[in-house]
Design a binder for this molecule. Structure first.
Ligand code: BES
Ligand code: ZN
Ligand code: ZN
Length: 500
């Protein structure tokens, strides 16, 4: 898609008209240049109430070559939010057919630059499908859509800048989706590492470090090694450093990157196991965020740590009953090999302490229990700092990606450190509160500032995206498959972060 902004009045191709609920006739400043027959047609459907402009509704009208129109509902003007504009843009894109052609002009009702930008953003985000594995007829070849957003002379500069920022961020979201949607026979730790390596060649401010299997063994990354050793495709850690020369504290993002989760020896049931290809969604979020920041020219330092492994059952796989030791030096009793995400993250979180973090955030499709708690509507959000948790929650609200506060209670920590044989256990004592016990386990591996034994723990948050990284029917920014959630939240949080 090519999206441009212009103050010119011309209508190129199909006209897109976002409208507020209750509009009974085409707004005066939207009708210029339209053939009389099309104007009458629009006025008729509006006056008759055939198109009520309810949120996310659309209607196409065809009045010959010069008179193709898509009406888009925004809902009631007094209630409309920026999110409704984004959703309306996405709804229009979702409803586009070949007959609409490839050129579009959007004329807005009374609305600000932010609202117009959000409408464009919704169109961009929704303009995605994953058909790399489908044979294509020549006729089916997608023609690039050209979309022109109309605005006033005064708004032109600001809206252009906003749209170009959204374009950069959308690239990050789409990259996260591409990584998540890729089938697990073609997406495994080494492939992810190679992709990061190739990707970084486009940017001279990003460095990639790949810690391969042998190096991980040597370094004592017992969690990553234990999870990945049962697979032919060995685990690795991929570290992204952006603007590493910049002095001072920086955000460090850590991702769970299980390219396929069979459960290991604690094998999962067969139904829907294919979905476990998305179990690297945390790492895809980190990679996508790096792309969004790089595309938009972010000048600050940021580090991403992705913990990549495939969880397979095999004669050389880890067993329930094993006790392992990771980077932190703490031992872990393995009680269920399907609780593997927390094991790879335990090393990623500990490693994060080496990069002078101002805060650490991890992303993980960690627990089915989180999906039980929040469905597909919100990411579970835990933090050792209430203010920090609120900042992330608010950043999510700002961009329309909900992350809901969840409790880190001492009782859960006690449960996860109550092993008879080791310092910690990778499974709770019962089945209740599984998303919370998982978070409490992770907390055991968040280092103190400067690894100071007596000191305070680094500010940290955990985001369980098991219910939001794929499978959400109400996330209308995407048709199906991986959602690419939280790339936008992170871009917003990081680029607006005020360090104390
Ligand atoms: N990758 C899964 C979590 C998951 C399950 C995400 C379903 C999305 C949908 C994770 O590795 C896992 O298997 N967790 C177990 C933990 C349990 C053994 C303590 C779970 O949630 O059942
Ligand atoms: Zn698992
Ligand atoms: Zn998993």
């Amino acid at each position: 898609m090519e999206m441009t902004v212009s103050a010119s009045d011309n209508i190129n191709g199909t006209l897109i008209l976002p409208l507020y609920e209750g509009t009974e006739a085409i707004p005066e400043d939207s009708e210029r240049g339209l053939p009389q027959s099309v104007k009458s047609q629009i006025n008729r459907v509006l006056a008759d109430g055939d198109f009520k402009a309810k949120k996310k509704s659309t209607m196409s009208l065809f009045g010959g070559e010069e008179g193709k129109v898509i009406l888009a509902g925004l809902g009631k003007s007094e209630e409309v939010t920026i999110h409704d504009f984004r959703k309306a843009g996405a709804a229009v894109l979702a409803g586009m057919k070949k007959v609409h052609g490839s050129e579009f002009t959007v004329r807005f009702p009374t609305a600000g630059v932010a609202q117009k930008g959000a409408f464009g953003e919704g169109m961009m985000l929704r303009d995605y499908s994953y058909d790399n594995y489908k044979m294509k007829d020549e006729e089916d070849e997608d023609v690039e859509k050209k979309i022109r957003l109309m605005c006033s002379e005064k708004e032109n500069k600001e809206l252009s800048a906003l749209i170009s920022k959204c374009q950069g961020i959308t690239k990050g979201v789409h990259l996260s989706r591409d990584l998540g949607n890729c089938p697990p026979n073609d997406m495994y730790p080494e492939v992810f590492a190679d992709m990061a390596w190739e990707w970084a060649k486009d940017y001279d401010n990003v460095d990639i470090t790949i810690i391969n299997y042998d190096q991980a063994v040597k370094a004592g990354m017992g969690g990553l090694v234990a999870v990945g050793m049962g697979s032919e495709r060995k685990p690795c850690m991929v570290i992204f450093e952006m603007n590493k020369g910049v002095k001072g504290k920086c955000p460090v993002l850590v991702g769970k990157g299980i390219t396929f989760d069979t459960g290991g020896i604690s094998l999962k049931p067969g139904a829907n196991m294919d979905e476990m290809k998305y179990d690297m969604g945390g790492s895809a979020t980190v990679f996508g965020t790096m792309e969004a920041l790089a595309q938009t020219g972010y000048k600050g330092k940021v580090v991403g740590i992705t913990c990549m492994a495939e969880n397979m059952p095999a004669s050389n796989a880890q067993r329930p009953g094993d006790v392992i030791k990771g980077l932190s030096g703490k031992t872990i009793e393995i009680l269920n090999t399907d609780a593997e995400g927390r094991l790879v993250l335990s090393d990623g979180l500990w490693k994060a302490g080496e990069y002078n973090p101002g805060f650490i955030i991890d992303f993980a499709t960690l627990t089915g229990a989180c999906v039980v708690a929040l469905g597909h509507e919100a990411t579970g959000l835990w933090s050792n700092d209430d203010d920090f948790r609120t900042k992330i929650h608010e950043a999510g609200n700002d961009v329309g990606e909900l992350a809901w506060p969840m409790p880190l209670l001492p009782a859960f920590e006690k449960e996860m450190t109550d092993s008879k044989i080791a310092d910690t256990r990778n499974l709770g004592a019962g089945r209740w509160g599984g998303a919370n016990t998982a978070a409490a386990f992770l907390k055991q591996f968040v280092p103190n500032w400067n690894y100071d034994k007596e000191g305070e723990q680094i500010t940290w948050a955990h985001m369980d995206i098991a219910g939001t990284y794929w499978g959400s029917k109400t996330n209308t920014m995407v048709k199906n498959g991986a959602t690419g959630i939280h790339v936008r939240t992170m871009h917003h949080l990081i680029t607006n972060f005020k360090w104390d």
